[in-house]
Design a protein around this ligand. Structure first.
Ligand code: PGA
Length: 264
């Protein structure tokens, strides 16, 4: 089964609207020379305040694809109501999003998001017709204690609970070892591929082998233009979720270009 790679930029809490627009324009001017078929699925996740300043760029070849897809970095599972500071799936969709990142380790760590909340968000996103990018990953302590696989398997089982096989197949998972995020310490590609294969086995257990073959599983954690080719050459790594290196058009575009060398 060939899975279309995803290159997703997580801008986190960075860039004012003018900077976000300039970055978006820089990516747009790179992707204009390619069709959506040639490109990986390109996703950018600006802050909520910049969502309206950037937009999805439709492909011009008539394939119905988008050259740039927009993601929110979080959402609430309820559709509206007294949830100060939150946004709903419909609001993200209204602002042009087709993907929503959920369960990022920074949200789990700093905002106490639980597996149960992440499952509720995943279900709300799917019900709203958007695609969840579900993050998982272990701490350095968990890795050193030898419980990486069991921790990640339990995060994935919880996140996918009561979601149909078809919807699981269309979802995206990002494996992001916490010790590799923003540290410059990329996880060895062979090891990242091993964990991602293990995640695929868990998906197969909970949603069947077709969903496991179809679901796109990304690696995240200090991905750079110089690391992406080796990462994309692995059997089970279907793309990357990129923080720091997605904040300039130069490095993000180079990651897209290097991905196209090996994997689209
Ligand atoms: P990083 O962040 O690329 O800066 O390590 C990745 C992420 O947190 O998604």
């Amino acid at each position: 089964m060939s899975r279309k790679p995803i290159i997703a930029g997580n801008w986190k809490m960075n860039l004012l609207r003018a900077d976000a627009t300039a970055l978006y324009e820089g990516i747009k001017s790179f992707v204009k020379d390619y069709t959506a078929v040639q490109l990986p699925t390109v996703v950018i996740a600006p802050t909520f305040t910049s969502l309206s300043a950037v937009g999805s760029v439709p492909c011009d070849c008539g394939c119905g694809g988008n050259k740039i897809n927009v993601a929110a970095q979080n959402c609430h599972w309820e559709s509206s109501g007294a949830y100060t500071g939150e946004i709903s799936v419909e609001m993200a969709k209204d602002a042009g999003c087709s993907y929503i990142i959920i369960g990022h380790s920074e949200r789990r760590q700093y905002f106490s998001e639980s597996d149960e909340m992440i499952n509720k968000k995943a279900k709300a996103i799917i019900a709203g017709g958007l695609i969840p990018i579900i993050c998982c990953g272990e701490t350095l302590e968990q890795r050193e204690a030898g419980i990486t696989d069991e921790h990640i398997a339990s995060q994935i089982r919880a996140a996918l609970k009561d979601i149909s096989s078809e919807d699981v197949a269309n979802s995206v998972i990002a494996y992001e070892p916490i010790w590799a995020i923003g540290t410059g310490k990329t996880c060895d590609s062979v090891e990242a591929n091993r964990v991602i294969k293990m995640i695929r086995n868990v998906v197969s257990e909970v949603a069947g082998s077709q969903a496991a073959d179809a679901i796109r599983i990304l690696y995240g954690g200090s991905v750079k233009p110089s690391t992406i080719e080796e990462q994309m050459s692995q059997s089970d790594i279907d793309g990357a979720l990129i923080g720091g290196a997605s904040l300039t058009a130069e490095s993000f575009n180079e990651i897209i270009a290097n991905t196209m060398k090996v994997a689209v």
